[in-house]
Design a protein around this ligand. Sequence first.
Ligand code: CUA
Length: 155
Amino acid sequence: MHIHRSEKAWLIVGVISLVFFLGIIGWAAISEGITPPSHIQTIDPTKVAVTPPFDHPGVRKVGDHAVEAYIVARTFSFTPSTITVPVGTIVTFYATSPDVVHGFFIADTAVNMMVIPGWVSSASHRFTKPGTYLLMCNEYCGVGHHYMSGTIEVK
Ligand code: CUA
């Protein structure tokens, strides 16, 4: 079979790009610890209101430079709707839903998770600048979806 020279050249470029980008993904995952948001923990969605720590959602200090934020996403609000976290601290967000699938997206950050009933989604972020960040639901969850938002105060 005869393959034209230019076609061969493009095949080589394609294979090199593929290997290069797969290599970057492997390097990011293994040496930089970059992973997608986790959905490792499970929770009974009918018992979110009585399951610690989601029975008292909010922010907890877990170290000198680390806090955890537990947030319940339900139609059509986040509880608590406003949370305050310290600037420069690693914040690990844990979110779950007692009803339907919601989104958990913090504007101007890489925090973007699906919140699925029965699962606890988590992602970490360090806010380097103080300010007010918008938390929004970016999964269509019903007629009030566009009202579903919250606020992250970084001080
Ligand atoms: Cu919750 Cu859209």
